[in-house]
Design a protein around this ligand. Structure first.
Ligand SMILES: Nc1ncnc2c1ncn2[C@@H]1O[C@H](COP(=O)(O)OP(=O)(O)OP(=O)(O)O)[C@@H](O)[C@H]1O
Length: 331
């Protein structure tokens, strides 16, 4: 649905030259919620802004819904942008217009007539849960309600793609949750494809089907969350399941086990201890719902070296569990 292919973007020249995007390629499937996560300055905003050409890449191609965006002239681009909604961290609302007026503005711009505007704005405000607030002004509403107006406005022209630029970063955790739920609802009900950028792993965890990690303008990793969590060495998986620090002077073998799918509720540790007659210490454990499925990760310490624990580790792997050796020589 969104295909970003070998996109690069540099700002400034000489000493002030910054490579914001360096040969970035991403594929966002139709109907997916795709999260790009990375630290401040990693290139997230630049990346999302290239999708509707708010930022024009120096090289590379971007296709949205089958249309090669990077080849369009001004007039064609204006039309293509109607199919790409966008929401922002600071909402970008017009304070002089009512809630309804903000939503209707997006329809005026695309030439929808007055009566139709009113009907459609009413429908969208109901969808985002603001039907009782149509005549209020943005200043009279909470942050979460303002973002709901932003979402309503972005949906007014019935786009097939929604870009979300840190849409929940200015909101408290409870409001964040309700806005993410709304994004999930419109994704399902309208079949909308969502590309979001965030610096919060919790956002990715709670709403995304797929994710990419961006660092220094390059994509370090990308994939569907269900696949990433069972990929050995995946950094996104580690971020999704923070297990804390590894003890500094352990004499044993520390391993991380990832449970996903039907494996999450098996008595793996008790069985391991019994079968191999070893005292297993649990150093950390976390269970999460990732892309709608329960998955967990447990950090264990086994007495002895990886070599003396080879049979136990092979046994775990034989049960379909992902086992990563954190300390000791990799087996
Ligand atoms: N208009 C610009 N002019 C010059 N440099 C820019 C411009 N926009 C971005 N950059 C630089 O490009 C790099 C990537 O910035 P970008 O805003 O895309 O990162 P980000 O991951 O979105 O960061 P944040 O989370 O802090 O918003 C940074 O080094 C930034 O300073």
């Amino acid at each position: 649905m969104i295909s970003i292919s070998h996109v690069s973007k540099t700002f400034g020249v000489g000493d002030r030259r910054t490579v914001a995007l360096d040969d970035v390629s991403l594929e966002v499937g139709r109907g997916e919620i795709f999260g790009v996560v990375g630290q401040s300055g990693a290139g997230k905003s630049t990346l999302i802004r290239t999708v509707n050409l708010l930022e024009r890449p120096d090289s590379g191609e971007i296709t949205v819904d089958g249309r090669l965006i990077t080849s369009l002239g001004d007039r064609e681009l204006r039309i293509a942008r109607q199919g790409i909604g966008m929401i922002f961290q600071h909402f970008n609302l017009l304070s002089s217009r009512t809630v309804r007026g903000n939503v209707e503005l997006a329809l005026e711009v695309v030439g929808v007539d007055g009566r139709e505007r009113r009907i459609r704005a009413g429908e969208i405000l109901e969808l985002v849960g603001l039907e009782g607030k149509a005549d209020a002004y943005p200043a009279q509403l909470s942050g979460g309600q303002k973002q709901r107006i932003g979402i309503a406005r972005s949906l007014a022209a019935r786009p097939s793609v929604l870009l979300s630029d840190e849409a929940t970063s200015a909101l408290d955790p409870e409001t964040t949750r309700s806005i993410l739920e709304l994004l999930r609802t419109i994704n399902r009900e309208l079949g909308l494809t969502v590309l979001l950028i965030t610096h919060e792993m919790d956002v990715v965890k709670s709403v995304c089907d797929s994710a990419a990690l961006i660092e220094g303008g390059r994509i370090a990793e990308q994939g569907r969350l269900v696949e990433l969590i069972s990929t050995p060495g995946s950094r996104l998986a580690r971020e999704l399941f923070p297990l804390g620090v590894v003890p500094a002077n352990t004499s044993g073998t520390v391993i991380d086990i990832t449970f996903s799918g039907g494996l999450a509720d098996r008595p793996v540790i008790a069985q391991l201890s019994r079968t191999h007659a070893i005292d297993v210490s649990i150093l950390g454990a976390t269970i999460e719902t990732i892309a709608g499925n329960q998955a967990g990760r447990t950090r264990l310490e086994l007495p002895g070296t990886p070599a003396t624990n080879a049979a136990a580790i092979a046994d775990l792997r034989g049960q379909g569990l992902l086992v990563e050796i954190v300390t000791g020589d990799a087996a």
